[in-house]
Write a protein that binds this ligand. Structure first.
Ligand code: HEM
Length: 121
């Protein structure tokens, strides 16, 4: 396994799931409409429900949940212009450096959170 971005305490992860998850379904997994909190990165959906401190209602990174947050993560942005549902999944606007940041976030999430499926339209 990659040594990059490993959590301080090892996380026991489940085998990754490949279930199709619609954008509509993903949107409901925001810790409000559901207890579940999901974040997509490049179409892969991670279950971050256990990290309420970061992603729960009113917490710093709540703007990233219930959507594919690739654009915001790549741009290190929590601004609505990057987190809005209409644009958040589209990372075609990222430059090379931002794409690298996005891939690093993918690694970070892969090391910590279970993959619960893939976003489908
Ligand atoms: C002043 C600016 C910021 C500070 C001081 C800050 C600080 C931190 C700290 C201390 C952590 C915890 C690291 C750890 O658990 O090892 C963290 C995690 C994180 N930050 Fe930031 N951050 C800032 C801005 C941002 C921005 C703009 C984004 C937008 C993408 C962002 C996204 C994240 C994410 C996704 C995590 C991972 C949370 C997790 O799942 O554990 N941060 N940040």
């Amino acid at each position: 396994m990659s040594g990059k971005f490993m959590p301080k305490t090892p996380v026991q992860l489940d085998p990754p799931k490949d279930d199709p998850i619609s954008k509509e379904e993903l949107k409901k997994c925001d810790g409000v409409q559901s207890d579940k909190i999901f974040i997509g990165i490049k179409g892969t959906v991670f279950d971050v429900s256990l990290n309420q401190n970061a992603y729960g209602v009113g917490k710093g990174y709540h703007a990233l949940v219930g959507r594919d947050a690739s654009r915001a993560l790549g741009k290190s942005s929590l601004k609505p212009v990057d987190t809005d549902y209409a644009v958040s999944a589209d990372y075609s606007v990222l430059n090379e450096k931002e794409l690298k940041v996005l891939d690093d976030w993918f690694t970070f999430f892969s090391n910590r959170y279970n993959v619960v499926g893939k976003v489908v339209d």
